[in-house]
Design a protein around this ligand. Sequence first.
Ligand SMILES: *[C@@H]1O[C@H](CO)[C@@H](O)[C@H](O)[C@H]1NC(C)=O
Ligand SMILES: *[C@@H]1O[C@H](CO)[C@@H](O)[C@H](O)[C@H]1NC(C)=O
Ligand SMILES: *[C@@H]1O[C@H](CO)[C@@H](O)[C@H](O)[C@H]1NC(C)=O
Ligand SMILES: *[C@@H]1O[C@H](CO)[C@@H](O)[C@H](O)[C@H]1NC(C)=O
Ligand SMILES: *[C@@H]1O[C@H](CO)[C@@H](O)[C@H](O)[C@H]1NC(C)=O
Ligand SMILES: *[C@@H]1O[C@H](CO)[C@@H](O)[C@H](O)[C@H]1NC(C)=O
Ligand SMILES: [Cu+2]
Length: 177
Amino acid sequence: MAAKLAALLVLIVTYSSIFGVSMGNKDWFWNWGSNFNYTDWWNCHHLNKTTQPQSNTFVVGDSQNWHFGFNYTDWAIKNGPFYLNDTLVFKYDAPNVTTFAHSVYMFSDLRSFSKCDLKRAKMVANSTQGGGEGFRFVIKNWKPHYFACGEKNGFHCNNGLMKFAVFPMIRPFSPWP
Ligand SMILES: *[C@@H]1O[C@H](CO)[C@@H](O)[C@H](O)[C@H]1NC(C)=O
Ligand SMILES: *[C@@H]1O[C@H](CO)[C@@H](O)[C@H](O)[C@H]1NC(C)=O
Ligand SMILES: *[C@@H]1O[C@H](CO)[C@@H](O)[C@H](O)[C@H]1NC(C)=O
Ligand SMILES: *[C@@H]1O[C@H](CO)[C@@H](O)[C@H](O)[C@H]1NC(C)=O
Ligand SMILES: *[C@@H]1O[C@H](CO)[C@@H](O)[C@H](O)[C@H]1NC(C)=O
Ligand SMILES: *[C@@H]1O[C@H](CO)[C@@H](O)[C@H](O)[C@H]1NC(C)=O
Ligand SMILES: [Cu+2]
């Protein structure tokens, strides 16, 4: 009797480890023979995984867009973490007689980012590219990204809080494709 029970348990454990990790196996165990809904079980395991977005799109600053004086470090903390393949959208109008120009630069290292040293930064979007639907930046590389506005020789970065860092993460592996 005990041996039979042990054998059954081994069978169940083996079966469970082959078929799924979390949601299904407990239900399968307790509902075996009862009115267990296999459609629900299948959906739970398969549809959710495939309908989950593989990447997200973020408008930097949300409705505030990309402007002087908004705390983008704070925004990045509250909206992160960011993953590879996520898209950051920078929205800012082209300058006119009453409004200031903005742009998007990326620093090569933390040190130049901290000091807003634009000599060690590359422009990724000029002052007109943030118009309309905005400038889209896809996070493709697994490395820290240091963004800032490059206008007024670092003044927008230093004094206007127009800077933030992104440390992209890799999306956890999904066992059900
Ligand atoms: C199982 O669930 C699905 C979706 O929730 C439903 O359409 C179906 O009628 C259910 N089947 C049974 C036998 O309860
Ligand atoms: C997906 O996951 C949610 C909970 O996160 C659950 O309520 C739902 O039944 C799952 N299945 C489908 C097909 O959405
Ligand atoms: C901006 O937000 C960060 C993180 O919340 C905070 O540490 C910092 O003091 C804020 N800066 C200003 C000038 O409010
Ligand atoms: C990013 O997307 C591309 C195709 O759009 C895909 O081939 C690649 O595997 C994705 N990378 C990650 C880390 O999701
Ligand atoms: C300048 O641009 C702002 C916003 O982009 C707009 O509201 C304003 O009317 C424009 N001013 C002039 C003089 O074109
Ligand atoms: C910004 O870049 C776009 C596209 O590369 C270009 O058409 C436009 O002339 C540039 N604007 C400025 C002000 O440099
Ligand atoms: Cu600016």
